[in-house]
Design a protein around this ligand. Structure first.
Ligand SMILES: Cc1cc2nc3c(=O)[nH]c(=O)nc-3n(C[C@H](O)[C@H](O)[C@H](O)COP(=O)(O)O)c2cc1C
Length: 183
């Protein structure tokens, strides 16, 4: 066990599963960098015993109808002192992050800022990650709405029904930067 190894808590709140996928990826990359991780998916009611016992934390949440899941807010309320006292990062996951429209991106920034202000949390990193559209996870109305949002953004939908906008290389760069402040 080297002194450079940190215990990193990776928390996610995910409705259609994409943020969970992102959180798993981040945890795996941190482990590749020889850190120890623990992942908790708040949306699947994983236990959170010992969630304060970490050197750093990364919270990831998807945007739905202009906001984050209430379980993310309540997790922050319960663990704010520990999270604030150590290095932390906030990953937002949304379709807006895949947009090239300045107004759309500014709106996403406001959603994140409001959430962070209300939680009284100033993470070391705020990373806006482009999400995905998984048709099978959506009801008809959600599908129609999301498909039209994607087309408005000038993007294409994959014929498989799974369209992934996440820039995984950029996510890996974030993990590298985050790892650097843990050393
Ligand atoms: C009902 C619904 C509402 C959504 N609302 C927004 C939104 O307001 N802004 C946005 O940028 N993306 C929105 N999205 C896109 C999601 O953030 C995106 O699909 C993300 O990948 C979902 O992550 P998850 O699978 O972890 O829940 C919405 C998706 C759904 C299904």
């Amino acid at each position: 066990m080297g002194p450079e190894m940190a215990r990193v808590l990776v928390i996610c709140a995910s409705k259609e599963g994409h943020t969970e996928h992102i959180a798993h990826h981040v945890a795996r990359k941190l482990e590749d960098a020889r850190h120890v991780t623990r992942m908790i998916n708040l949306s699947s009611h994983d236990g959170e015993a010992g969630a304060d016992d970490y050197d750093a934390s990364i919270l990831a949440g998807s945007v739905h109808r202009g906001g984050f899941a209430p379980e993310l807010t309540s997790f922050l309320m319960r663990h704010a002192p520990a999270i604030r006292a150590r290095p932390s990062a906030f990953l937002t996951v949304s379709l807006s992050a895949a947009s090239h429209d300045a107004h759309e991106l500014a709106g996403l920034g406001e959603i994140a800022d409001r959430f962070l202000f209300e939680a009284g949390w100033q993470p070391n990193f705020v990373e806006h990650v482009a999400g995905a559209v998984h048709d099978r996870q959506l009801n008809l109305i959600e599908k129609v709405v999301l498909h039209s949002v994607v087309r408005q953004q000038g993007e294409e939908l994959d014929a498989s029904g799974n369209t992934d906008f996440t820039d995984w290389k950029r996510l890996d760069r974030f993990v590298k930067e985050f790892s650097r402040i843990l050393d």
